[in-house]
Design a protein around this ligand. Structure first.
Ligand code: SF4
Length: 362
């Protein structure tokens, strides 16, 4: 079992979902841990970094959501399938540290409610294409060895060819692969970063080489993969670091293996700075030049952002990527300066990424 999973010390389960297939599976896989059935919120003991609680919950909210983009920047129109909250990998820059005040790993175990909601959304609209993913409020695969959630999800979505599912992760787990019926409707995705950022800020994730080996294996099996540089961090020597990871990527993959590739500069609500300063004093990148963006988030000064984007995009284009590149939450001004066109000129970012996801455009 991976080290980060060993930090889980207890499992809580809402009584309403105690006998669901997912809860039974978790109970079997974590049979060595204490198991407690919860009747009310007060029964929930707080989680810490080293003493984590896994909470299998009856979720009452909406499972299918829009990605929380803002109207000020170009959003990609991604839909989130919400399967749980929090992540045990503890990347220093993780926005979830500010989103969620507690460390409890929550998994929505009332999967029948999820299947019903997804069927109502996707079933009546077979001509409407959906690009969906689970990696927004957690890592898509980080709990997969325990829950098998993505395996269930790809099996369920096999009946909806109008849906393309992205599984975004920083770990390696391919246990769900054998359940996939159509490799053109699932996009395994890895977030990557420079080796310096990996060593300093995301040390509990899988080594970069392991992620790339897994991506190559997926390509061999017939999938196209997605890659993400998000967050791009500005630090002394970043040019060398991002050059290294770009070289590594193309040691393992061909450009045509990559459905799309996002670039996103580090940005966050101001609260995260305080958390990083307090809990990760070695993370000095927060002392860079940040401004408050139109969405209230802190982001790197535009000239610094542009310099990084121009450098990285040029290198990726030299390796053969072109229209697969996109920005997460940037302005038309940045698009025009770096890519030479705006999302509007592509027919809108949402449409463009749908075409890339469904393999209509390469
Ligand atoms: S892998 Fe993603 S979700 Fe998990 S801690 Fe890192 S940034 Fe956060």
């Amino acid at each position: 079992m991976a080290e980060y999973l060993k930090k889980i010390k207890r499992v809580l389960v809402d009584r309403a979902v105690e006998h669901t297939p997912l809860a039974r599976r978790v109970r079997q896989r974590l049979s060595h841990l204490p198991w407690q059935v919860v009747d009310k919120q007060q029964d929930i003991a707080p989680s810490t970094d080293s003493n984590q609680v896994l909470y299998l919950k009856e979720y009452k909210g909406k499972f299918l959501r829009f990605c929380p983009g803002t109207r000020y920047y170009r959003c990609c129109g991604y839909r989130i399938i919400h399967i749980g909250e929090n992540c045990p990998l503890n990347c220093t820059y993780c926005i979830l540290r500010a989103y969620f005040q507690d460390k409890t790993l929550k998994v929505w175990a009332n999967q029948n409610d999820l299947w019903n909601e997804l069927d109502q959304a996707f079933g009546p609209n077979p001509d409407h294409l959906f690009r969906v993913g689970t990696g927004e409020f957690t890592d898509s695969l980080v709990l997969e060895p325990i829950t098998g959630y993505s395996r269930d999800l790809v099996q369920f979505l096999a009946a909806y060819p109008n849906v393309c599912l992205e599984l975004k992760t920083k770990i390696v787990d391919l246990s769900w692969v054998e359940s996939v019926k159509r490799t053109d409707r699932v996009l395994p995705a890895w977030s990557l970063n420079s080796p310096d950022v990996y060593k300093k800020e995301e040390i509990e994730s899988a080594p970069l080489e392991e992620r790339l080996k897994a991506a190559r294996e997926c390509a061999r099996l017939g999938f196209r993969v997605c890659l993400h540089f998000d967050p791009i961090i500005h630090y002394p020597g970043w040019e060398k670091g991002y050059t290294q990871i770009i070289e590594m990527i193309f040691d393992y993959l061909e450009p045509e293996n990559i459905a799309y590739f996002s670039l996103g500069s580090f940005r966050c609500m101001p609260d995260l700075f305080k958390i990083i300063a307090r809990e990760s004093p070695h993370s000095t990148f927060i002392y860079n030049e940040f401004i408050t963006g139109l969405d209230g988030k802190q982001r790197l000064l535009l000239p610094l952002r542009l310099k990084q984007f121009l450098f990285i995009a040029r290198k990726l284009k030299q390796k053969g990527l072109n229209k697969q590149l996109y920005f997460c939450m940037e302005s038309d001004q940045v698009w025009k300066k770096v890519m030479g066109y705006t999302p509007g000129e592509l027919g809108g970012l949402n449409n463009h990424l749908l075409k890339l996801a469904f393999g209509v455009l390469v």
